[in-house]
Design a protein around this ligand. Structure first.
Ligand SMILES: NC(=O)c1ccc[n+]([C@@H]2O[C@H](COP(=O)([O-])OP(=O)(O)OC[C@H]3O[C@@H](n4cnc5c(N)ncnc54)[C@H](O)[C@@H]3O)[C@@H](O)[C@H]2O)c1
Ligand SMILES: O=P(O)(O)OC[C@H](O)CO
Length: 360
């Protein structure tokens, strides 16, 4: 019987643990208990978060009001949490994964399989590195990915949604992940395109920031739809430049166009970017993230910066005006209104130059 550990316990990490825990109880080939590693913190009342989760069966900080299942055990000790696991589910904000991997080197059971639910990438001297690759390389395990139109709070309330597992080699491994995650309200499909699936999940966060700027500037639905269309084109072009094997069809799975839509309508990146634009860029993303997300983390601003480094290194900036603008705006180097320049003829020309004649 396979043992499952979830590495991470934020908003989505907690929902992932809930989904998995409902299935390990039901399916005979999995051990009932799901261990969830918690980055320990002390709550305002002085209690430890792990103790409260284990007493109340609720992640009171990151997913209040939702029972996780009594078979979810919160564990503040990373090494202990992973040591017996056959299936490792990685779901931390991407900026912490390199540090987490360093702590896990040599601690993982032989033959364990991994899956990353993390939307983000790292940029190294050698070039961009997807988080599943970071996990694979550092821990010496095979790592699939699961991405999709998955706003965690909605799935926590068991509202219907879909997701995509991306795998690279073994279909039977992907099928085990599909089995572990699928419920009547969470339908998972596997595709043989791990890079395509992960890049969709990663890059849509940049477009979500752009959509937030549009909302903050009250530019309306048509403008937001234009941003989503242009963003999708840049997502496809960037993915194929990095990995020519990425399939067009992946962008029509839940991880592609569906995630792009949900994230531009209702995600946290959109929400904080909206506040940034409403404040005319005068309050920093860090300050707004802290105030609005209360400990949850944004991925889009960092991802825009990471992608900008790749574009700049390759001389591709002009091919990706939307991605580039999002980074420059979020760094305070352009005003939020620069997301689309359309207020007069001169800037309409700029808009055409930026987007309309794109050779993507
Ligand atoms: N929340 C969603 O709706 C959602 C949906 C799909 C995918 N995702 C992706 O899942 C990943 C994780 O997101 P989330 O929503 O579970 O997390 P979150 O945004 O709720 O992040 C908070 C988590 O980070 C942890 N943390 C804080 N400082 C840390 C540190 N120094 N080291 C390690 N951990 C630390 C906190 O303890 C907490 O568990 C992200 O890549 C995100 O894009 C999120
Ligand atoms: O809330 P966001 O912006 O981190 O997006 C959440 C999910 O990625 C949507 O699928």
């Amino acid at each position: 019987m396979s043992k499952v550990t979830v590495v991470g316990s934020g908003n989505w990490g907690s929902v992932a643990a809930k989904l998995i825990a409902s299935n390990t109880l039901r399916l005979k080939n999995f051990n009932d208990e799901v261990r969830m590693w918690v980055f320990e913190e002390t709550l305002p009342g002085g209690e430890k978060l792990t103790e409260v989760i284990n007493q109340t069966n609720e992640n009171v900080k990151y997913l209040p009001g939702i029972k996780l299942g009594k078979n979810v055990i919160a564990d503040p000790n990373l090494e202990n949490a992973v040591k017996d696991a056959d299936m490792l589910v990685f779901v931390s904000p991407h900026q912490f994964m390199e540090g987490i991997c360093k702590l896990l080197v040599g601690k993982i059971k032989d033959g364990a399989e991994g899956i990353s639910l993390i939307k983000g990438m790292e940029v190294k001297k050698e070039g961009p590195c997807m988080i599943s690759t970071l996990i694979s390389n550092q821990l010496g395990i095979n790592c699939s990915v699961l991405m999709g139109a998955n706003i965690a709070n909605e799935i926590a309330m068991e509202k219907f949604s879909e997701a995509t597992v991306g795998y690279s080699q073994h279909k039977e491994v992907a099928e085990r992940w599909v089995q572990l995650f699928t419920t009547p309200y969470f339908i998972v499909t596997a595709v043989n395109d791990v890079e395509g699936v992960e890049l969709c999940g990663t890059l849509k966060n940049i477009v979500a920031i752009a959509a937030g700027f549009v909302d903050g500037l009250e530019m309306g639905n048509n403008t937001k739809a234009a941003i989503m269309r242009l963003g999708l084109k840049e997502m496809m072009a960037f993915s194929k430049l990095l990995f020519p094997s990425v399939k067009d069809s992946t962008f029509f799975e839940s991880c592609g166009v569906a995630d792009l839509i949900t994230t531009c309508m209702g995600g946290r990146n959109r929400k904080v970017a909206e506040a940034y634009a409403r404040n005319g860029g005068k309050r920093s993303f860090e300050e707004l993230e802290e105030e609005l997300l209360k400990g949850q983390k944004l991925q889009g601003v960092l991802t825009a910066k990471e992608v900008y480094e790749v574009l700049s290194h390759h001389g591709w900036l002009e091919m990706f005006p939307l991605f580039s603008s999002v980074n420059l705006i979020s760094q305070g180097r352009l005003p939020p209104s620069a997301i689309v320049e359309h207020s007069d003829n001169k800037s309409r020309c700029l808009y055409t130059r930026k987007f309309g004649n794109s050779s993507l």
